[in-house]
Design a protein around this ligand. Structure first.
Ligand SMILES: Cc1ncc(COP(=O)(O)O)c(C=O)c1O
Length: 360
């Protein structure tokens, strides 16, 4: 059993993926090929937003959204410490300071009620993360941003396809960044990502930033990066988009089955009543995590810990502001196998092994 099974998915869409890759091999536009624009249009439509810029990774997508806002030295960006390093890393890499606000322990997402107290005159953006497939409370966060004139960037690396109060992830704020890392709900066959915005001028700026700040051939109006998505990855994503809704529905079925079998035994994921999740991870909380992991391992069930150390405890981003909920979650969370092709027999194996492991 695997935490995430990408081979079964490939077998399902093999002919479409292979045809898409071969088309790129034939036309030879490996960079900036026509598939990029097609993909951007489909992703923007899916997210319900006017602009999508395809990028080389989720990390670069975060970087480009921050750069487009001109964020740099001396600025502060409010975010959550309970996330993958890239969120705080891109803020810090630009010379700005991530200001960590604690999570809502039920959803693991930034607690919107604590954001206002962290705003200073140096706050230049709010970057909530939509963790494990469930969006942060974007309406509340957008309202705070609007009230203070601070732009909101959704780190939607794990949530493309999710909804909150009728809005789609990547389409619920001024800016958003997602990842197409292979293990993500919508993943490609290498690194990939995309940025989204409702603002045409920001979109244009992000297009220039991804191509060395170039405005016309060999004319550079600002410093940028090489952040382009490969055409081959766009072709893969176009094939995967065709089955994406069905895969999200299958993930929801697995999650529903897990939750009904496990909720008496462990803390199962809590979904806000306004939200749907794409379950990038199915994350529970247990006591004695290491013992539970060893027992699962012995039963042949893989598991993973996202994330054992919150960003405020990572040396390059260290902060001594107390963040108790994130630190408590980091001690207890455990992610178990979750993907659209996990069949009921394997789901039962996970459920039985986990119930036995927590009873030990
Ligand atoms: C919350 C979060 N932000 C950013 C990233 C970075 O995405 P990528 O790995 O595509 O650079 C990830 C991916 O792991 C992530 O989970």
């Amino acid at each position: 059993m695997q935490l995430i099974d990408l081979q079964t998915q490939y077998r399902r869409i093999k002919s479409e993926v292979d045809a898409g890759i071969h088309a790129v091999l034939e036309h030879g536009r490996y960079v900036n090929g026509p598939e990029i624009e097609t993909l951007e249009a489909r992703l923007a439509e899916y997210a319900g937003v006017s602009h999508c810029v395809a990028l080389s990774s989720g990390t670069d997508a975060l970087l480009v959204t921050l750069m487009a806002l001109g964020i740099g030295r001396g600025d502060e960006v409010i975010t959550t410490p309970f996330t993958f390093i890239a969120t705080g890393e891109m803020i810090g890499l630009l010379g700005a300071t991530p200001v960590f606000v604690d999570i809502d322990p039920a959803t693991y997402n930034i607690d919107a009620a604590r954001i206002e107290a962290a705003i200073t005159e140096r706050t230049k953006a709010i970057m909530p993360v939509s963790l494990f497939g469930q969006m942060a409370d974007m309406p509340a966060i957008n309202a705070i941003g609007e009230h203070h004139g601070i732009p909101v960037i959704e780190d939607a690396a794990q949530s493309f396809g999710a909804t909150f109060a009728g809005q789609r992830s990547c389409g619920a704020s001024l800016l958003a960044a997602t990842s197409f890392f292979p293990a993500k709900p919508l993943g490609c066959y290498g690194d990939g990502g995309a940025a989204f915005t409702t603002d045409g001028a920001l979109a244009e700026r992000m297009r220039q930033l991804r191509n060395h700040g170039q405005t016309a051939p060999y004319q550079h109006s600002m410093l940028g990066i090489n952040g382009r998505l490969d055409t081959m990855q766009a072709a893969v994503l176009l094939a995967k988009l065709d089955v994406f809704d069905d895969e999200v529905a299958r993930r929801e079925q697995v999650a529903t089955r897990y939750s009904s079998a496990l909720s008496e035994h462990v803390t199962t994921p809590a979904l806000d009543e306004r939200a749907t999740s794409v379950y990038a991870q199915y994350t529970i909380q247990v006591d004695n995590r290491e013992a539970v992991r060893s027992a699962l391992d012995a039963a042949g069930i893989p598991s993973a810990v996202y994330y054992p150390v919150p960003l405020n405890r990572q040396p390059p981003l260290y902060s001594d502001v107390p963040i108790p909920e994130s630190e408590a979650a980091a001690e207890r969370v455990l992610s178990i196998p979750m993907h659209p092709y996990l069949d009921p027999a394997d789901q039962d194996r996970v459920i039985e092994a986990l119930i036995a492991a927590v009873k030990k």
